[in-house]
Design a protein around this ligand. Structure first.
Ligand SMILES: [Zn+2]
Length: 372
């Protein structure tokens, strides 16, 4: 029986990161099976498809590719399961952004194969986790699927990551920046991590390391990625966005920042903003909700601006939100199933709405002061 005193830490079996490691995929995956199916959308397969199948083939893993049609929906997952069975594959390699990886995780769950997570962007902390976000065919959030198994291997080629759009890399910084504040809140409140257990000290330390790594390296890493350059800072921030944030959120726990994000997705106007961009507004809201001191909140606002992340509601598409819209966001963020209740105090929709508004004011003031 699991009790609330149980502490759990789970992770993928291996994590490999570096410039050019795409060409080592086969060497790392050879232990996992004999026949691989590489799943990615057209753009991703153009970039990594040939190198992935050649590397697998060179290591005696027969490999074919299949185009991911863009949505991690039940219909697309069912289709990919059929393709995998037809080709008799015992390894599924998900390549691309969060959705392709989430689809590959679901295919693995349905078929019992091995699974490789091969992110081509460092835009979220999804690649290392054991859950998928499932969408409708129309692209609306449907539900989370949780799995017992983590990916067997996470392989991140930093040259590929640095060549992807900088906006996605920045978004990954935002998703990783939230990790420490959320894991810390969960730890302090005695809350639960994604597995429904108490967080370990290890998970808390990993979340903190994500934060210090970003504070030390994110500005320079973003500049490097603008030039498609791989530097030590890019390596550090890719690890923070992918491994440290992934382990940190899943084993450490989420809190207000991601609940505010989930609330914001209720509004059509925010759909043009990435996951990380909305999470950043959530992070600033969480700091205000927690009553952090002026100097610290303004430090995080300034850091966000230096990285090029949103600090106001207008920055994520909400130019002039109505009271009804803000109430809807706050209500959704406070749903009983939301992680916001990992905060170490009682959270109400009124307090959340006011924190979002106050954070927005602080962000606007900072931008106005600098003429941004
Ligand atoms: Zn996230």
């Amino acid at each position: 029986m699991i009790t609330v005193t149980t502490r759990t830490f789970k992770s993928p079996a291996s994590y490999v990161q570096g410039r050019g490691v795409l060409d080592d995929l086969g060497a790392h995956a050879a232990a996992l099976g004999e026949t691989a199916l590489v799943v990615g959308d057209d753009v991703v397969l153009d970039i990594v498809g040939d190198r992935a199948t050649e590397s697998l083939g060179a290591n005696d893993v027969e490999a074919t590719t299949e185009t991911f049609r863009g949505e991690a929906s039940t219909a697309e997952i069912d289709r990919l399961v059929e393709v995998l069975r037809e080709r008799d594959a015992d390894v599924v390699v998900g390549a691309g952004g969060g959705k392709a990886l989430d689809a590959a995780k679901a295919v693995r769950e349905a078929t019992g194969t091995a699974m490789v997570s091969m992110p081509t962007v460092a835009s979220t902390d999804a690649p290392t986790s054991s859950l998928s976000v499932i969408y409708t065919e129309a692209g609306e959030f449907e539900e989370y699927w949780f799995y017992e198994e983590h990916p067997d291997l996470v392989l991140v080629d930093t040259e590929v990551v640095a060549g992807a759009p900088t906006r996605l890399f920045r978004s990954g910084v935002a998703d990783a920046l939230a990790t420490w504040f959320e894991a810390d809140a969960t730890y302090r409140s005695g809350g639960r991590n994604v597995f429904g257990d108490r967080p370990t000290r290890a998970a808390r330390s990993i979340a903190k390391l994500a934060y210090t790594t970003l504070r030390e390296h994110a500005v320079s890493a973003v500049r490097a990625v603008e030039a498609n350059a791989v530097t030590e800072s890019v390596e550090a921030v890719t690890e923070a966005n992918t491994l440290l944030s992934g382990l940190g959120f899943e084993s450490g726990g989420l809190a207000a920042a991601h609940s505010v994000h989930n609330g914001l997705t209720q509004l059509e106007e925010t759909h043009g903003a990435t996951h990380g961009e909305k999470v950043n507004v959530g992070t600033l809201s969480q700091l205000v909700l927690e009553g952090r001191d002026d100097a610290f909140v303004s430090e995080i606002v300034e850091f966000s601006l230096a990285v090029g992340l949103p600090v106001t509601l207008a920055d994520i598409g909400l130019e002039d939100p109505t009271d009804e819209q803000l109430d809807a966001v706050a209500e959704a963020a406070c749903d009983p199933d939301e992680t916001i209740h990992n905060e170490p105090f009682e959270v109400t929709p009124a307090a959340v709405r006011d924190a979002i508004c106050a954070a927005d004011e602080l962000g606007r003031a900072a931008k106005a002061r600098d003429g941004r």
